[in-house]
Design a protein around this ligand. Structure first.
Ligand SMILES: C[S@@+](CC[C@H](N)C(=O)[O-])C[C@H]1O[C@@H](n2cnc3c(N)ncnc32)[C@H](O)[C@@H]1O
Ligand SMILES: [Zn+2]
Length: 311
């Protein structure tokens, strides 16, 4: 399948990264290489671009797309392991780091990966298919309470408890192993009148929630952003694109903490931690896609870009 992912907020990221020809850049979410291709074009032979992804299909597509650039290296890793990746290249830091969080259009559109309720496939949803629990395994033995929390916290699903009950009672009869089986159980648990009035598919929020849990997305996003802040050279730029409010909140809070420096409790009269700011916020409010981009790529609608600079 062709890997067609229109890079979101591309010119805004390129500008935000302030690319120098001889700098070291890391694309932590390589995907099909859309952003990386444009970064590599701006680098000279002395520059370096490292692309990280945990998905083998993404790495294969990006390697083919960026084969012409001698400055490009790709690595299969989770971006929470960023510091180790830089060490493996004997690099002490980077001049710019990009995150384009979440799943790619390719992962969503390739039904066989089990991310989509539009195609019947084994219920997988792992970005890295070489390790960890599949979605089918996760929902096979999770408690009702923990499942309801996932659906509520990661999917903002108002019928979280009802959907969790439906999953628990269905799995007592037969294991839930396919996307369509899960989709039908979710739909059956949502009041029909409510589902009809909704603009989006009634299974959308639950699929998003389970995918976030399977890939531990919020935890690794925070770890990755913290590692990126630590890894930047002074003056280096951090650009983070997020697609839902949970990711954007983590980005905002993690950047704000690094920009504040002191992390003493608010009621301490004086600072005792002695931490100084490691980041300067470049965007106070996130950048969103222009009308022109939205006309071309409706998926950019929920994208938010935050930019910061290492001090
Ligand atoms: C939205 S896509 C990136 C698309 C890319 N910017 C482009 O223009 O082609 C996100 C990519 O990041 C990868 N990814 C998400 N979380 C990751 C993580 N924790 N570690 C490594 N890769 C991750 C996914 O596998 C996916 O390929
Ligand atoms: Zn303090």
């Amino acid at each position: 399948m062709e890997f067609s992912h229109k890079p979101v907020l591309l010119s805004e990221c390129l500008e935000g990264l302030q690319i120098r020809k001889d700098g070291v850049y890391v694309d932590c979410t390589l995907g099909g290489g859309g952003h990386s291709y444009e970064i590599a074009k701006q680098l000279g032979p002395e520059g370096m671009l490292i692309g990280i992804d945990q998905d083998d299909d993404a790495l294969a597509a990006a390697n083919a797309r960026l084969a012409e650039f001698s400055c490009f290296r790709s690595v299969k890793a989770n971006f929470s392991e960023l510091s180790g990746v830089l060490r493996s290249f004997k690099l002490s830091g980077a001049d710019g780091i990009l995150f384009d969080l979440g799943v790619s259009s390719y992962q969503l559109d390739n039904g066989a990966r089990g991310f989509s309720y539009h195609t019947d496939a084994p219920l997988d949803m792992r970005m890295d298919t070489s390790k960890g629990q599949t979605a089918a395994e996760l929902i096979a033995d999770i408690s009702h309470g923990a499942l309801a929390r996932i659906l509520r916290d990661y999917g903002e699903e108002r019928f979280a408890s009802q959907i969790a009950s439906a999953i628990v009672s269905a799995r007592e009869k037969a294991p839930i192993e396919t996307t369509f089986a899960l989709r039908d159980i979710i739909v059956s648990a949502i009041p029909a009148g409510f589902a009809k009035r909704e603009k989006q598919h009634p299974a959308k929020r639950s699929f998003q929630a389970i995918r976030i849990a399977v890939n531990n997305e919020l935890f690794v996003a925070e770890e990755g952003i913290k590692a990126a802040i630590d890894s930047l050279n002074p003056g280096g730029r951090l650009c983070v694109i997020s697609f839902h409010s949970l990711e954007d909140r983590i980005t905002k809070v993690t950047m704000a903490k690094a920009a504040a420096g002191c992390n003493c409790p608010r009621d301490f009269p004086v600072c005792v931690c002695g931490a100084s700011p490691s980041l300067k916020l470049i965007t106070k409010k996130p950048i969103t896609a222009s009308e022109a981009e939205l006309n071309e790529n409706p998926r950019a609608r929920s994208a938010k870009l935050r930019i910061a600079e290492k001090v």
